[in-house]
Design a protein around this ligand. Structure first.
Ligand code: NAD
Length: 253
């Protein structure tokens, strides 16, 4: 599905007119890098039930199921490269058009595509490393993976003995306060809010497009299928993300 030229021209005009844009991304921006999203057919939820935070904390069995699931999907993330969509977002940041990239994604591909770390607000954390839930110490995944695959050994913190988990925010786990605050500030301050590849059903993250719109920003939604917020948006483009953003940002056909 490709966007028609009128829609691309409207997006170009909105980007030109904007002084301070914010990009908000979901799993859809990374499917062209080979990472399945959650809700599309064949996506992650079709195969694996998520382990929520309370289950993870409560039982070793749940923690084993968590790490089994993590390492079953690990290769797709570990081997992924940024695609045209990520690179177009990076270009908007480089041009000074976009002050922040708020992402629900946990794959680290905005960092890998060259967006400076201080411009990225990760609402749901990052699955490319682990950390201790007690003292916060960070851990590489590879030694954890080797020990787990060898004997389903569960990782514990070498410093304090706390439980170690990927640095992601699980269902039932508190949202990160500083990131939520920054995301709110950026949403209120921007004049253009560009939502890319999110079904906009996971709250509180999906509240930011509405907050930006209420605060006076122009709201653009780029997604293959309709979302619950399309009625609020000034421009909705139902098309593939990579070619659409590449055309709007780099003028490619
Ligand atoms: P989602 O799966 O609910 O929605 C993704 C949307 O993107 C869908 O509506 C789909 O139609 C659309 N889409 C997929 N590929 C597309 C493409 N190439 N072009 C245009 N549209 C495309 O994802 P969500 O809204 O981000 O919410 C799910 C949660 O899952 C998030 O909180 C996120 O943390 C997590 N998640 C992250 C990753 C990742 O980091 N890459 C992957 C899966 C899930």
């Amino acid at each position: 599905m490709t966007a028609d030229e009128t829609a691309i021209d409207r997006l170009i005009a909105l980007l030109d007119a904007s002084q301070r844009g914010v990009v908000f991304t979901g799993a859809g921006i990374s499917t062209e890098s080979g990472i399945p999203d959650f809700r599309s057919p064949g996506g992650i939820w079709a195969k694996y039930r998520p382990i929520d935070f309370q289950e993870f904390m409560a039982s070793e069995g749940a923690r084993r199921a968590y790490w089994r699931r993590k390492f079953a999907t690990h290769e797709a993330v570990a081997g992924a490269e940024p695609n045209r969509g990520h690179l177009a977002v990076t270009e908007l940041v480089r041009r000074g058009k976009v002050s922040a990239v708020i992402t629900q994604n946990i794959d680290g591909l905005h960092q890998a595509s060259g967006v400076p770390a201080d411009c990225i607000i990760e609402l749901h954390g990052n699955t490319t490393y682990a950390h201790c839930l007690n003292c916060g110490r960070e851990y590489d995944l590879e030694p954890i993976r080797e020990a787990f695959l060898a004997g389903e050994t569960l990782p514990l913190c070498g410093a304090c003995g706390g439980l170690v988990k990927t640095a992601t925010v699980s269902f039932g786990q508190a949202m990160p306060e500083a990131e939520m605050r920054r995301a709110r500030e950026e949403s209120v301050a921007c004049d253009l809010f560009l939502t890319i590849g999110s079904s906009l059903v996971v709250y509180p993250a999906a509240g930011f497009p509405a907050l930006a719109k209420e605060s006076g920003a122009v709201l653009v939604i780029v997604n293959r299928e309709p979302t619950g917020l399309d009625d609020l948006a000034d421009l909705v483009i139902n098309a593939e993300i990579g070619p659409t953003l590449d055309a709007a940002v780099n003028g490619s056909k």
